[in-house]
Write a protein that binds this ligand. Structure first.
Ligand SMILES: CC(C)(COP(=O)(O)OP(=O)(O)OC[C@H]1O[C@@H](n2cnc3c(N)ncnc32)[C@H](O)[C@@H]1OP(=O)(O)O)[C@@H](O)C(=O)NCCC(=O)NCCS
Length: 173
């Protein structure tokens, strides 16, 4: 399973992705915008554990963002249960050296199309920290709608922050 972008692809995981995962993920400028469950520092053990989980995914909803076939970042959906079963959450990050090339915007478009065409879902949702205008721009360029702001919903790095909620609903004609 591979989704082709202009200068990258979204592909499935391989055991040898762990090394570059650890290298790119171990960065405070990446961690600053993600959930605290994203390890920091990001060790080789963390990378190997994550890759092992990824190798067992069913269905495949989290991809390697690969530049020249080498891991440059990660994009995926978190499938939820109970009343949220048709509303997965979208998450993504790129190694800092790959920022500013339009990769994330195109990757969001690719995974969104893939998800709506292969999964029985009604919407995709993304939550963005108020201090992350770059990611807001990515979602807006990819066609997501800013649906609301959850005031003081985030506690990150000792700061209480707003969370901006973006969504895209399945278009049914
Ligand atoms: C967010 C992230 C994935 C963006 O990746 P990227 O490939 O650099 O994004 P793109 O190049 O597709 O688009 C970035 C857009 O933000 C804009 N931008 C950059 N810095 C900005 C800022 N400070 N304020 C507003 N917009 C900004 C860019 O100009 C670009 O928009 P444009 O094409 O209209 O010029 C990457 O920065 C990252 O991994 N950050 C850390 C993890 C993270 O934030 N993940 C998302 C959590 S919700």
């Amino acid at each position: 399973m591979e989704l082709k972008g202009t200068n990258f692809s979204l592909r499935e995981w391989r055991a040898d992705d762990a090394e570059l995962l650890q290298k790119h993920a171990d960065n405070p400028n990446v961690y600053a915008f993600l959930m605290d469950r994203f390890p920091h520092p990001y060790t080789m053990d963390d990378a190997v554990s994550w890759v092992n989980i990824m190798l067992r995914q069913k269905p495949v909803v989290t991809f390697v963002i690969a530049v020249e076939d080498r891991l440059a970042g990660v994009i995926g959906l978190e499938l939820r249960d109970d009343i949220y079963s048709k509303a997965p959450l979208l998450g993504y990050w790129l190694g800092e050296e790959f920022w500013g090339r339009g990769i994330a915007t195109e990757a969001v478009k690719l995974i969104t199309n893939y998800a709506f065409s292969t999964l029985d879902i009604a919407r995709i949702q993304a939550g963005v920290l108020s201090r992350n205008p770059r990611s807001m721009r990515v979602l807006e360029k990819a066609g997501y709608t800013k649906e609301g702001v959850l005031k003081d919903n985030i506690f990150k790095d000792g700061l209480v922050l707003d969370e901006w909620v973006y969504g895209m609903v399945r278009i049914t004609v």
